[in-house]
Design a protein around this ligand. Structure first.
Ligand SMILES: [Fe+2]
Length: 306
């Protein structure tokens, strides 16, 4: 497996337009070829035999990558050739090693990755945005919530808690005593684990920045319920429907153009968003100062209505 910047170092042609034979990549423009193992140039067809030049001085920019639970994770380091020992751990869903998602959905959002990620962690918007007949109706009353948070890895988690409230919640398919654990981690990840006494499920959401104003949002749904296989098309539709509701928020926010006032973060309901920005700042500071990341958050209970 490999991950290279999609740019030929010769004239900047995106390498995706070239050829890949399983071992070498060839640029479509002038036929430069690069080894897939290290990205080094192995041949420059236009060079005359009278001009000996070592093509291996040219290289595709490589990024560390690895496959975990059916997803390919790429570490988009600013430093060339980062020390593998310094790479952050790829977060894992418990109980799904060797598994791949049952359902995935990807949608291209017209916003930066931070804004897309806020969509995962903002507890106050679902009551107004994620209203569907199959999930919760617009008439559902807001309820008081109190949840306990603690720092973990590159983020924070809600301590595992029992599912309560509406009987129609699809998580009830997992059995009795359903417990939920939620983790938010840099750079833009939300991992939700739902465990019942019979089965378990998990949802991984990730923001992948494409450029400054474009983000691919991925949803990957895992479950261990054997009889759910025929319901995959419905689960896929549900996942896309959920994602589409957040996508429409991003489209409407963009309609407003660049905000003329800074966003307000009010009360515990917005605390997790502030934490996310604090974590991101600490990550940047730790890189700039060449020191390990120190999680700036403390254990804390938050209260809100949703
Ligand atoms: Fe949302």
């Amino acid at each position: 497996m490999f991950a290279f910047a999609d740019v030929c170092p010769h004239r900047g042609m995106p390498m995706r337009h070239g050829l890949f034979d399983g071992e070498t990549l060839q640029c479509c423009y002038h036929g430069w070829t690069f080894g897939a193992a290290d990205g080094r140039c192995t041949s420059i067809p236009a060079l005359s035999a009278q001009q000996p030049l070592d093509p291996s001085r040219f290289r595709l920019r490589a990024y560390p990558c690895r496959e975990v639970q059916g997803n390919i994770w790429v570490f988009m380091s600013e430093a060339r050739d980062p020390d593998p020992a310094e790479l952050p751990e790829v977060p894992r869903l418990q109980g799904f090693d060797g598994a791949a998602p049952q359902v995935t959905a990807v949608m291209r959002f017209p916003c930066n990755a931070d804004l897309a990620t806020i969509g995962f962690i903002d507890p106050a918007h679902p009551a107004f945005i994620h209203t569907s007949r199959w999930w919760r109706s617009k008439k559902a009353r807001l309820r008081e919530k109190e949840k306990h948070f603690e720092p973990v890895g590159l983020g924070f988690r809600v301590r595992p808690h029992k599912l309560n409230g509406a009987g129609g919640n699809p998580y009830r398919l997992l059995g009795r005593n359903v417990e939920i654990e939620l983790r938010i981690e840099l750079p833009g990840l939300r991992l939700e684990q739902i465990t019942g006494d019979r089965y378990s499920a998990a949802v991984l959401a990730a923001s992948t920045p494409i450029d400054a104003d474009t983000t691919d949002v991925h949803y990957c749904v895992y479950w261990t319920v054997p009889w759910m296989a025929p319901m995959k098309p419905f689960a896929r539709w549900m996942t896309r429907d959920f994602l589409r509701q957040d996508y429409e928020v991003a489209v409407k926010l963009r309609e407003g153009g660049a905000p003329t006032v800074p966003p307000l973060f009010v009360g515990d309901a917005d605390a997790q968003i502030m934490w996310f920005f604090r974590l991101a700042k600490e990550w940047q500071n730790s890189r700039a100062e060449g020191r390990p990341f120190v999680n700036p958050l403390r254990e804390q209970a938050l209260r809100w209505r949703s």
